[in-house]
Design a protein around this ligand. Structure first.
Ligand code: TTP
Ligand code: MG
Length: 366
């Protein structure tokens, strides 16, 4: 391994079973028990698993699974509702510690971040120990750390020995540590690409690396093919982006019972739009495009978007655009879910040209 060499300067931190661990902190009696966080916390109702403690994962429970399936797999699991405010608060504490370790920090989600640690005087392994120790002491939570020459390998490294892991991947470790993994472990490969690759006889990252660039580009397009060609060799050069800018802000609501009347759909949309506009204000953004999503009882899903002449944070303008989108969707079946998303975000600037951000701005994930 390339421990301690100058090449390993990117560190990725990912909290272990984040939402569940935060809940266990404030309900210590749940420690060591199978805990599932999702929706309203009632597994007989609709909703999906946000995350599960490692004890619950042994029963096959995982993120994005319907709560009802989780209940079937693990009737003894303890189900709790999502308390996003509390997780955001803890997330900010963690990011503060990481930022103190290195201001070259890229905040990529509620429970993860990249740090460029090349300016630190200590060897990388020591920096990782300091981080793990401070995060545990100051928040009571464990995290997993990956250290590598680039962001791609650092992220894969942090995932290799969860929970409470510390893993190095040097350029010479790719064949041994990365190639045997299933293709889904490569960031950027989702379930659809995984299924497609499987049809092509590609199951592991080594299988990708065995293909030529032309073959990959032919099957998967020029830029994605090139990404996979490089990534399967551990080659990746995207820089640390220190100013975090969300690509979108969205909210959605799944109804307890499918609804048939336009009024209820419209009411939900108005609420969701108001929430999105409040987040935009908190985060200090204006948006150009509003997209409305409607999922019907048969899971058929339609989206309609409206791009405005200029970025705005004005709730009335945003709401009007959202309703215009809704008007373009024929509600001939019962509705299961309503969602709204704003994209084309631009920082809102004050008269002094600086970004306006509410002091209580929250960290937003998906
Ligand atoms: P992850 O880091 O993917 O998962 P985790 O921290 O729960 O577990 P691990 O130890 O494997 O890292 O996501 C961080 C949080 O984001 C997670 O606690 C809950 C939330 N989340 C969702 O709400 N839905 C999802 O589908 C996923 C993957 C995560
Ligand atoms: Mg995590």
């Amino acid at each position: 391994m390339e421990r301690g060499t100058k090449k390993c300067r990117i560190l990725h931190v990912d909290m272990d079973a984040f939402f569940a661990s935060v809940e266990i902190l404030r309900h210590p009696e749940l420690k060591g028990k199978p805990v599932v966080i999702g929706g309203s916390g009632d597994p007989t109702r609709r909703g999906v698993v946000s995350t599960a403690s490692y004890e619950a994962r042994k029963f096959g429970v995982h993120s994005a699974m319907p709560l009802r399936t989780a209940l079937k797999l693990c009737p003894g699991c303890i189900f709790l509702p999502v308390d996003y405010n509390e997780y955001s608060r803890v997330s900010m504490e963690i990011k503060k510690i990481l930022f103190e370790i290195s201001p070259l920090m890229e905040d990529v989600g509620i429970d993860e971040a990249y740090l460029d640690i090349s300016q630190r005087p200590e060897p990388p392994e020591e920096v990782a120990r300091i981080i793990k120790e401070r995060v545990l002491r100051e928040t009571g939570l464990t995290c997993s750390v990956g250290i590598a020459p680039n962001k791609l390998l650092a992220k894969m490294a942090s995932d290799l020995q969860k929970p409470d892991g510390l893993t190095f991947i040097g350029p010479n470790d790719v064949e041994r540590l990365i190639w045997p993994l299933g293709v889904r472990k490569l960031p950027g490969i989702g379930p659809k690409t995984e299924a497609y690759l499987k049809e092509l006889g590609i199951n592991t990252i080594a299988d990708i690396a065995a293909k030529g660039l032309e073959w990959l580009q032919d099957k998967l397009g020029n830029s994605y093919g090139l990404y996979l060609y490089d990534a399967s060799r551990g080659i990746h050069d995207s820089p640390i982006i220190t100013e975090w800018k969300p690509k979108s802000i969205s909210r959605e609501e799944t109804f307890e019972l499918d609804i048939a009347d336009w009024q209820s759909v419209a009411r939900s949309l108005a609420f969701l739009m108001r929430d999105v506009a409040a987040s935009m204000r908190e985060e200090g953004y204006e948006a150009r495009t509003v997209t409305v999503k409607i999922r019907f009882e048969d899971f058929n899903t339609l989206t309609r978007a409206r791009t405005l002449p200029a970025e705005t944070g004005d709730l009335e303008v945003l709401r009007k655009a959202a309703f215009e989108c809704l008007g373009r969707i024929e509600l001939k079946k019962k509705v299961r879910l309503v969602g709204v998303r704003v994209t084309g975000l631009k920082p809102k600037k004050g008269p002094d040209g600086r970004k306006i951000k509410s002091p209580c701005a929250k960290d937003a994930r998906r």
